[in-house]
Design a protein around this ligand. Structure first.
Ligand SMILES: Cc1cc2nc3c(=O)[nH]c(=O)nc-3n(C[C@H](O)[C@H](O)[C@H](O)COP(=O)(O)O)c2cc1C
Length: 247
């Protein structure tokens, strides 16, 4: 069986984790990234492969867009999967069990899972400089373990899952700093929903991808976002370790 990466990764950390595992297996692999809305227009069918599924934790859950994509557009034959949840040093809560259920519904049992501490998309002061050497050692251990294994694992988490993140009311999106500027083209390219190009805050998932590549041209100045970020910076300084879940 070869490996296929299936990633949803607005700010790139989940994808970096999946690539670290795939490269450490020293086997061939294929990359499929469905972060951008154009990549989520098409269905995907997988055959005879181990999927390495990596995604960020949003509000202790799988990002809604990724969950819907798997539910509606993914099929598989003779596959199993690894799930990697990258989280911003707060908690991953029910994200891994939710992913286990999404994959099982497609006939893909989980043969391994990991929760990997990363920098929080909202602030470089939360989970700073992660994933770091210790986090990558965990991913290496996952790759070494893999080698032909097929036993099923059940990661931690609760069913029913915690409620999904509330939809912002009123909706908000990043704004341009200063007067009359336009964000650089990279900001539009990384937006997973097209919200920035359409100027439609109701599509914005607050992933912060555009802000991170904007060279300080964009800022999320909604008081709600500013308060949540401040709270995270105050309460999520203590390192939450990465972990592996193997049979
Ligand atoms: C909308 C949103 C919600 C988030 N919720 C959580 C959370 O519940 N727990 C946590 O530890 N990190 C949370 N994070 C941080 C991300 O899970 C983390 O930064 C992740 O590594 C980003 O992955 P990416 O680089 O692949 O986009 C959240 C980030 C965003 C944008």
């Amino acid at each position: 069986m070869n490996y296929t990466l299936l990633t949803f990764s607005p700010t790139g950390q989940s994808k970096a984790c999946a690539l670290a595992v795939a490269k450490a297996t020293k086997q061939e692999f294929i990359e499929v990234d469905v972060t951008h809305f154009l990549q989520r227009k098409k269905p995907l069918a997988f055959f005879n492969t181990t999927l390495i599924v990596a995604f960020p934790v949003y509000g202790g859950r799988v990002p809604r867009l990724f969950a819907e994509y798997i539910k509606e557009q993914v099929t598989c034959t003779n596959c199993n999967a690894l799930a990697i949840a990258s989280f911003g040093n707060r908690a991953f809560e029910d994200a891994l069990v939710e992913m286990e259920d999404l994959l099982l519904a497609k006939g893909m049992p989980l043969i391994g899972a990991a929760s990997i501490g990363c920098q929080h998309s909202y602030s470089d002061k939360v989970g700073s400089k992660r994933p770091d050497i210790e986090d990558f050692q965990i991913l290496d251990r996952l790759a070494v373990y893999l080698n032909g294994k097929t036993k099923t694992v059940h990661p931690p988490g609760n069913r029913p899952y915690k409620s999904s993140m509330l939809i912002a009311d009123p909706p908000y999106m990043p704004t341009i700093k200063g007067k009359g500027g336009t964000p650089n083209s990279h900001c539009y390219a990384v937006c997973p929903t097209g919200s920035l190009a359409k100027g439609d805050p109701s599509l914005c998932i607050h992933c912060c991808a555009c802000i991170q590549v904007s060279n300080n041209e964009l800022v999320m100045d909604s008081p709600k976002f500013v308060n949540v970020t401040k709270h995270l910076e105050e309460t999520c300084q203590k390192r939450v370790d990465s972990a592996l879940y193997l049979p």
